[in-house]
Design a protein around this ligand. Structure first.
Ligand code: FAD
Ligand code: FAD
Length: 325
């Protein structure tokens, strides 16, 4: 059932078996499995997540390579609802452990927001990350290319950059190292720092590889119809490139978990076992938020495993169903 501020009051006394924070790839997969195990689950999705921004999915077995993330999300949310999951458009602000259950505080609506607390036995953290983009004066110019020919994920899109002239956009020196991996796909790499100065050792390494370095601020990305032709810098220089990779780090959607002491973090990623269980036995993590490879395939499999382990725990603690009951 779709929940909203209009009907949520009826669900405040429900203790869900699991609340899934984030209705992206991992979260929806988990919800489909949870619902098909007959468990009561609620997916809470804030909107505008990472997979919404994915314009095509070229590496998922059986999917048309042109499938955009938004189609998978729409289809997946419908599937989860059809099997009996609840779905709420809201932002999860905080999760607190009350012993038997979690209190999940949500905010509905950006303006005139309403706040509610929902409860569940298990939590699946499926809230992912979001890529940091270069801050240009006209952000629409960035959105016109990011996710199309200006990529954020080399594993996803390295193939589509093969032997093309590519820019690598970074915000600190260590991020330049991606160029020495990207060169598997293309050696025609120009590095753009958008304003910061690079140390001598890195400068030398780039020079040894023949990769030009530009330290001027970026004015705009050039091209049309989402296809890059180059990048213009503040001093008027135009760096020719038909593709690019933004490697400026990620923002992790994990704030709501920061009050839970039992969790173990690897940087900002959650550490889990091979069923997605964190070091808090009733909190699971799937997809980009957990340690490992940031891929749709992985997030979907993670959702399957986490939901199955939760079902095992709940099933084992439930009385067996007998014919005569
Ligand atoms: P997401 O799918 O991002 O889902 C997390 C959800 O949680 C989001 O919808 C977000 O809105 C929500 N959320 C976050 N915080 C909160 C909160 N506090 N309350 C409520 N909801 C919240 N992968 C591939 O395998 N192949 C590709 O070709 C590919 N291309 C990509 C192209 C682009 C441009 C990008 C950005 C990514 C691409 N990826 C690709 C990576 C892929 O999108 C991710 O690995 C995948 O979506 C991870 O799934 P997830 O469930 O962990 O996160
Ligand atoms: P497979 O897909 O079985 O691939 C292994 C391949 O190796 C086979 O094609 C086989 O012919 C080949 N092979 C074996 N030995 C050799 C050899 N010596 N030389 C050359 N080739 C060889 N899973 C779900 O997620 N959802 C479902 O709804 C679902 N329903 C199912 C319904 C049925 C009727 C069955 C049988 C299975 C179902 N499954 C379902 C399970 C799913 O099919 C498997 O989990 C999945 O196919 C495993 O993938 P795999 O690559 O390990 O094996």
């Amino acid at each position: 059932m779709k929940l909203s501020s209009a009907n949520i009051e009826n669900h405040l006394d429900t203790v869900y078996d699991a609340i899934v924070v984030g209705g992206g790839m991992g979260g929806l997969s988990a919800a489909i499995y949870l619902a098909r195990y007959g468990l009561k689950c609620l997916v809470i999705e804030k909107g505008k997540g990472r997979s919404l921004w994915m314009q095509e999915t070229r590496n998922y077995l059986g999917l048309d390579p042109n499938t955009p993330g938004r189609n998978i999300l729409t289809h997946g949310a419908k599937q989860a609802l059809d099997w009996g999951a609840d779905h709420l458009r809201a932002f999860v602000e905080e999760v607190t452990d009350e012993g038997d259950a979690f209190a999940v505080k949500v905010k509905i609506g950006k303006k005139n927001s309403r706040h509610y607390t929902l409860r569940s036995k298990y939590v699946i953290a499926a809230s992912g990350v979001i890529d940091v983009l270069p801050e240009l004066e006209n952000m629409q110019n960035v959105y016109d290319y990011a996710g199309y020919t200006l990529h954020v994920c080399m594993i996803c899109d390295g193939f589509d950059m093969w032997d093309q002239k590519a820019v690598v956009m970074v915000s600190r020196e260590s991020q330049i190292n991606v160029a020495f991996v990207l060169n598997w796909f293309t050696p025609y790499i120009s590095v753009l720092t958008n304003g910061f100065t690079v140390g001598d050792e890195m400068k030398q390494k780039l020079a040894n590889h023949g990769y030009p370095l530009y330290e001027q601020p970026i004015t705009q990305i050039l091209g049309e119809d989402h296809k890059m032709s180059g990048v213009e810098l503040q001093d008027g220089t135009i760096v020719e490139a038909t593709t690019g990779l933004i490697n400026m780090g990620s923002i992790y959607h994990n704030q709501y978990l920061k009050g839970i002491e039992e969790l173990t973090w690897d940087g900002e990623n959650l550490v889990t076992n091979n069923m997605g269980q964190t070091t808090h036995e009733r909190i699971f993590a799937v997809g980009d938020l957990k340690q490992g490879l940031n891929q749709v395939t992985v997030a979907v499999a993670d959702g399957t495993l986490a939901a199955t382990q939760i079902w095992r725990y709940i099933r084992r603690s439930s009385a067996p169903r007998k014919w005569d009951e």
